[in-house]
Design a protein around this ligand. Structure first.
Ligand code: AMP
Length: 229
Protein backbone atom coordinates (compact mmCIF):
# COMPACT_ATOMS: atom_id res chain seq x y z
CA UNK A 1 0.00 0.00 0.00
CA UNK A 2 1.19 3.54 -0.75
CA UNK A 3 1.98 5.83 2.19
CA UNK A 4 0.03 9.09 2.43
CA UNK A 5 1.81 12.40 2.76
CA UNK A 6 -0.15 15.51 3.62
CA UNK A 7 0.59 19.04 2.47
CA UNK A 8 -1.37 21.86 4.08
CA UNK A 9 -1.07 25.07 2.12
CA UNK A 10 -1.57 28.33 4.02
CA UNK A 11 -2.51 31.25 1.83
CA UNK A 12 -3.36 34.76 2.95
CA UNK A 13 -2.16 38.33 2.94
CA UNK A 14 1.29 39.10 4.35
CA UNK A 15 0.69 39.60 8.08
CA UNK A 16 -2.40 37.38 8.18
CA UNK A 17 -0.70 35.10 10.73
CA UNK A 18 0.33 32.15 8.51
CA UNK A 19 3.81 32.01 10.03
CA UNK A 20 2.58 32.24 13.62
CA UNK A 21 -0.01 29.48 13.18
CA UNK A 22 2.52 27.34 11.26
CA UNK A 23 4.86 27.51 14.24
CA UNK A 24 2.04 26.45 16.58
CA UNK A 25 1.39 23.44 14.31
CA UNK A 26 5.07 22.55 14.29
CA UNK A 27 5.30 22.80 18.11
CA UNK A 28 2.04 20.92 18.74
CA UNK A 29 2.02 18.25 16.04
CA UNK A 30 5.70 17.80 15.07
CA UNK A 31 5.01 18.77 11.46
CA UNK A 32 7.51 20.69 9.36
CA UNK A 33 6.90 24.18 8.00
CA UNK A 34 8.29 25.61 4.82
CA UNK A 35 8.16 29.38 4.75
CA UNK A 36 9.40 30.25 1.28
CA UNK A 37 10.04 33.81 2.52
CA UNK A 38 12.28 32.51 5.35
CA UNK A 39 14.08 30.23 2.91
CA UNK A 40 14.69 33.14 0.51
CA UNK A 41 16.03 35.35 3.31
CA UNK A 42 18.30 32.52 4.49
CA UNK A 43 19.74 32.15 0.98
CA UNK A 44 20.42 35.89 0.85
CA UNK A 45 22.11 35.91 4.27
CA UNK A 46 24.28 32.95 3.25
CA UNK A 47 25.03 34.61 -0.11
CA UNK A 48 24.27 31.45 -2.04
CA UNK A 49 23.94 31.59 -5.84
CA UNK A 50 20.14 31.64 -5.44
CA UNK A 51 20.48 34.32 -2.75
CA UNK A 52 22.37 36.62 -5.13
CA UNK A 53 19.69 36.19 -7.81
CA UNK A 54 16.74 36.96 -5.53
CA UNK A 55 18.17 39.69 -3.30
CA UNK A 56 16.67 42.60 -5.23
CA UNK A 57 13.20 41.04 -5.56
CA UNK A 58 12.94 40.30 -1.84
CA UNK A 59 14.09 43.73 -0.66
CA UNK A 60 11.74 45.52 -3.03
CA UNK A 61 8.75 43.31 -2.15
CA UNK A 62 8.48 41.75 -5.63
CA UNK A 63 7.87 38.04 -6.20
CA UNK A 64 10.84 35.79 -6.91
CA UNK A 65 10.70 33.86 -10.19
CA UNK A 66 8.34 30.88 -10.18
CA UNK A 67 10.98 28.41 -11.35
CA UNK A 68 13.49 29.33 -8.62
CA UNK A 69 10.84 29.11 -5.91
CA UNK A 70 9.31 25.84 -7.08
CA UNK A 71 12.70 24.17 -7.41
CA UNK A 72 13.59 25.15 -3.84
CA UNK A 73 10.21 23.88 -2.63
CA UNK A 74 10.46 20.49 -4.36
CA UNK A 75 14.00 19.90 -3.04
CA UNK A 76 12.81 20.74 0.46
CA UNK A 77 9.70 18.56 0.09
CA UNK A 78 11.57 15.44 -1.04
CA UNK A 79 13.93 15.82 1.88
CA UNK A 80 11.25 16.58 4.48
CA UNK A 81 8.97 13.70 3.58
CA UNK A 82 11.78 11.32 4.54
CA UNK A 83 11.16 12.27 8.19
CA UNK A 84 7.53 13.49 8.54
CA UNK A 85 4.10 12.76 7.02
CA UNK A 86 2.66 16.28 7.18
CA UNK A 87 4.14 19.59 6.09
CA UNK A 88 2.85 23.14 5.91
CA UNK A 89 3.56 25.45 3.02
CA UNK A 90 3.53 29.00 4.32
CA UNK A 91 3.51 31.35 1.35
CA UNK A 92 3.63 28.83 -1.51
CA UNK A 93 2.16 28.57 -4.10
CA UNK A 94 1.61 32.28 -4.61
CA UNK A 95 0.94 32.40 -8.36
CA UNK A 96 -1.07 30.32 -10.80
CA UNK A 97 2.17 29.12 -12.42
CA UNK A 98 3.45 27.86 -9.05
CA UNK A 99 0.12 26.14 -8.33
CA UNK A 100 0.37 24.36 -11.68
CA UNK A 101 3.99 23.41 -11.02
CA UNK A 102 3.05 21.98 -7.63
CA UNK A 103 0.06 20.10 -9.03
CA UNK A 104 2.21 18.60 -11.81
CA UNK A 105 4.95 17.67 -9.37
CA UNK A 106 2.49 15.81 -7.15
CA UNK A 107 0.86 14.07 -10.11
CA UNK A 108 4.25 13.00 -11.51
CA UNK A 109 5.37 11.62 -8.17
CA UNK A 110 2.14 9.92 -7.16
CA UNK A 111 3.28 6.45 -8.22
CA UNK A 112 5.47 6.18 -5.13
CA UNK A 113 3.35 8.17 -2.67
CA UNK A 114 -0.24 9.32 -2.11
CA UNK A 115 -0.42 13.05 -1.63
CA UNK A 116 -3.23 14.90 0.10
CA UNK A 117 -3.24 18.64 -0.43
CA UNK A 118 -5.53 20.94 1.56
CA UNK A 119 -5.69 24.69 1.31
CA UNK A 120 -6.34 26.97 4.26
CA UNK A 121 -7.07 30.59 3.47
CA UNK A 122 -6.42 33.10 6.26
CA UNK A 123 -9.13 35.74 5.89
CA UNK A 124 -8.20 39.03 7.50
CA UNK A 125 -8.98 42.73 7.10
CA UNK A 126 -6.57 45.02 5.28
CA UNK A 127 -6.35 47.36 8.29
CA UNK A 128 -5.40 44.49 10.60
CA UNK A 129 -2.51 43.35 8.39
CA UNK A 130 -1.23 46.91 7.92
CA UNK A 131 -1.17 47.35 11.71
CA UNK A 132 0.51 43.99 12.27
CA UNK A 133 3.17 44.59 9.63
CA UNK A 134 3.98 48.06 10.88
CA UNK A 135 4.52 46.58 14.38
CA UNK A 136 6.38 43.46 13.20
CA UNK A 137 10.04 42.78 14.00
CA UNK A 138 11.77 39.47 13.38
CA UNK A 139 14.74 37.56 14.73
CA UNK A 140 17.86 38.30 12.66
CA UNK A 141 19.09 34.70 13.07
CA UNK A 142 18.18 33.19 9.69
CA UNK A 143 17.68 29.76 11.23
CA UNK A 144 15.06 31.23 13.56
CA UNK A 145 13.28 34.27 12.04
CA UNK A 146 10.67 34.23 14.83
CA UNK A 147 8.24 37.16 14.50
CA UNK A 148 7.45 39.61 17.34
CA UNK A 149 5.46 42.77 17.81
CA UNK A 150 6.71 46.17 18.99
CA UNK A 151 3.24 46.76 20.49
CA UNK A 152 3.77 46.31 24.23
CA UNK A 153 0.14 45.17 24.70
CA UNK A 154 0.59 42.30 22.20
CA UNK A 155 1.18 38.68 23.21
CA UNK A 156 4.09 38.75 20.76
CA UNK A 157 5.93 41.56 22.53
CA UNK A 158 9.38 40.07 23.31
CA UNK A 159 10.54 39.66 26.92
CA UNK A 160 13.51 41.86 26.09
CA UNK A 161 12.51 44.41 23.41
CA UNK A 162 15.75 43.93 21.46
CA UNK A 163 16.35 40.19 21.54
CA UNK A 164 14.63 36.99 20.47
CA UNK A 165 12.97 34.99 23.29
CA UNK A 166 13.89 31.75 21.53
CA UNK A 167 17.54 32.19 20.54
CA UNK A 168 18.67 35.53 21.97
CA UNK A 169 19.61 37.07 18.59
CA UNK A 170 18.95 40.70 17.73
CA UNK A 171 15.43 41.63 16.56
CA UNK A 172 15.22 43.66 13.35
CA UNK A 173 12.66 45.20 11.01
CA UNK A 174 12.32 43.41 7.66
CA UNK A 175 13.23 45.79 4.81
CA UNK A 176 10.05 44.77 2.97
CA UNK A 177 7.88 45.61 6.02
CA UNK A 178 8.52 49.33 5.42
CA UNK A 179 5.16 51.03 4.67
CA UNK A 180 6.12 52.05 1.11
CA UNK A 181 6.80 48.39 0.19
CA UNK A 182 3.98 46.80 2.19
CA UNK A 183 1.36 48.38 -0.11
CA UNK A 184 2.89 46.64 -3.15
CA UNK A 185 3.09 43.28 -1.38
CA UNK A 186 -0.57 43.42 -0.34
CA UNK A 187 -1.60 44.41 -3.85
CA UNK A 188 0.45 41.53 -5.33
CA UNK A 189 -1.26 39.03 -3.05
CA UNK A 190 -4.72 40.35 -3.94
CA UNK A 191 -3.90 40.21 -7.64
CA UNK A 192 -3.09 36.48 -7.50
CA UNK A 193 -5.57 35.21 -4.90
CA UNK A 194 -8.66 34.75 -7.07
CA UNK A 195 -6.92 32.77 -9.82
CA UNK A 196 -5.20 30.60 -7.22
CA UNK A 197 -8.52 29.81 -5.54
CA UNK A 198 -10.14 29.07 -8.89
CA UNK A 199 -7.30 26.68 -9.72
CA UNK A 200 -7.57 24.82 -6.41
CA UNK A 201 -11.34 24.45 -6.63
CA UNK A 202 -11.32 23.36 -10.26
CA UNK A 203 -8.73 20.70 -9.40
CA UNK A 204 -10.89 19.37 -6.55
CA UNK A 205 -8.68 20.52 -3.70
CA UNK A 206 -10.44 21.46 -0.48
CA UNK A 207 -10.20 25.15 0.41
CA UNK A 208 -11.01 26.06 4.00
CA UNK A 209 -11.49 29.68 5.10
CA UNK A 210 -10.55 30.64 8.63
CA UNK A 211 -11.03 34.07 10.15
CA UNK A 212 -7.58 35.28 11.05
CA UNK A 213 -8.49 38.67 12.56
CA UNK A 214 -8.57 37.01 15.98
CA UNK A 215 -5.89 36.18 18.56
CA UNK A 216 -3.48 33.39 17.53
CA UNK A 217 -4.85 30.83 20.03
CA UNK A 218 -8.40 31.37 18.71
CA UNK A 219 -7.24 31.04 15.10
CA UNK A 220 -5.31 27.89 16.00
CA UNK A 221 -8.40 26.39 17.67
CA UNK A 222 -10.47 27.18 14.56
CA UNK A 223 -7.83 25.56 12.36
CA UNK A 224 -7.82 22.39 14.46
CA UNK A 225 -11.61 22.19 14.25
CA UNK A 226 -11.59 22.80 10.50
CA UNK A 227 -8.93 20.14 9.86
CA UNK A 228 -10.41 17.67 12.39
CA UNK A 229 -7.16 17.54 14.38
P1 AMP B 1 7.03 36.33 3.04
O1 AMP B 1 8.04 36.10 4.12
O2 AMP B 1 6.13 35.16 2.83
O3 AMP B 1 6.27 37.61 3.22
O4 AMP B 1 7.86 36.48 1.68
C1 AMP B 1 8.85 37.49 1.56
C2 AMP B 1 9.28 37.62 0.13
O5 AMP B 1 9.85 36.38 -0.32
C3 AMP B 1 8.18 37.91 -0.88
O6 AMP B 1 7.83 39.28 -0.94
C4 AMP B 1 8.84 37.42 -2.17
O7 AMP B 1 9.84 38.34 -2.60
C5 AMP B 1 9.55 36.16 -1.70
N1 AMP B 1 8.67 34.98 -1.80
C6 AMP B 1 8.25 34.19 -0.77
N2 AMP B 1 7.46 33.20 -1.21
C7 AMP B 1 7.35 33.38 -2.55
C8 AMP B 1 6.66 32.69 -3.58
N3 AMP B 1 5.91 31.62 -3.32
N4 AMP B 1 6.79 33.15 -4.84
C9 AMP B 1 7.56 34.21 -5.15
N5 AMP B 1 8.23 34.92 -4.21
C10 AMP B 1 8.13 34.52 -2.93
Amino acid sequence: MLGTKRIIVFIGLPGSGKGTISKLCVDNFGWLQLSTGDLCRKNIAEQTEIGKKIDFAIKSGKLVSDSIISEMVFDWLCDSFKSVDTVIFDGYPRTLVQANQLHDFLMNNSTSLNYKLDIVRFVVSMQMVKDRLSDRIICSNKNCQMAYSTDSTSKFFPKNPQFCDRCGSLLVKRPDDQPEIVGDRLETYNRHEQELLKFFVSNQYTVIDISADQQADVVFAELKRALHL
